[in-house]
Design a protein around this ligand. Sequence first.
Ligand code: FUB
Length: 307
Amino acid sequence: MFKKAAVASALATLTTLAQAGNPIVKDIFTADPAALVDGNRVYLYVGHDEAPKDGKDYVMREWRVLSSCDMKNWTDQGSPLNVKAFKWAKADAWAADVTKRYGKYYFYAPVEHDASKPGKAIGVAVSDKPSGPFVDARGSALVSNDMTRETDIPWDDIDPAVFIDKDGQAYLYWGNRVLKYARLKPNMIELDGPIHTVGIDNFTEAAYLHRHDKTYYLSYSRNFPEETAYATGPSATGPWTFRGKIMDMNKVVKTIHQAIIDFNGKSYIFYHNDKLPTGGEFRRSVAVEELHYNPDGTIAFIPQTAE
Ligand code: FUB
């Protein structure tokens, strides 16, 4: 009896382990990585591309989370959040970001708002655990599209990225074509003050902020099809100096969406491409590469690898 149970449990563990190498997840299509280092584990949050093989648009209803203690073996921890958790939203579990504050985990999630405010909006969900489940923290959107500016498009409030500075101030960055940012209140679920815009040439989406030594790095998707580029600055709000390209566009998938972390003395960049069989524009796969800083603080160009 004991033996049978032990074998069953060993098998269950094995099926939850994804193999090392790119793409990280091999049994479903995944996109839009966000990563959080928490204690001795990396949590990787991804969108789930469910489009049919001949699909002509994204079909994304949920996010998935995996974790690893060595960046090689990944444990599938299921779906921490689904669009349905936001009663005011109707679709599109697009590129999210997750952070930890005062012992709680906050999941910033772009979704399609219901008919009361059509267009993309950003919700925030909270959990006591990095693997969720996450629940709507506000009952309404944190940022929603008011379509009041001449330049507004229905999907310009997407791709949230959260950054907590060393003085404790948290910022939310987001946007498509126009990069926006705002301070977050310490409760992490309300904006604190006005929404600012940042002028960055050829900015498309996927803004991401991190700090290395004393420099702030603003990475983002540039042009379309997208490549990953970055700028550096002396603070979380710039001013930003363009530094160049980190990663080339993919020949099949027009988006790339990066997340950058330090873990166990190394730096890594997550992104997505088309490398699973039958992969494509709406059937993407998340991959990871090591990222290296040059002695002058610039980031060395990173080729995409298949393994
Ligand atoms: O996954 C939907 C959208 O495609 C994301 O919001 C963008 O970053 C791009 O990856």
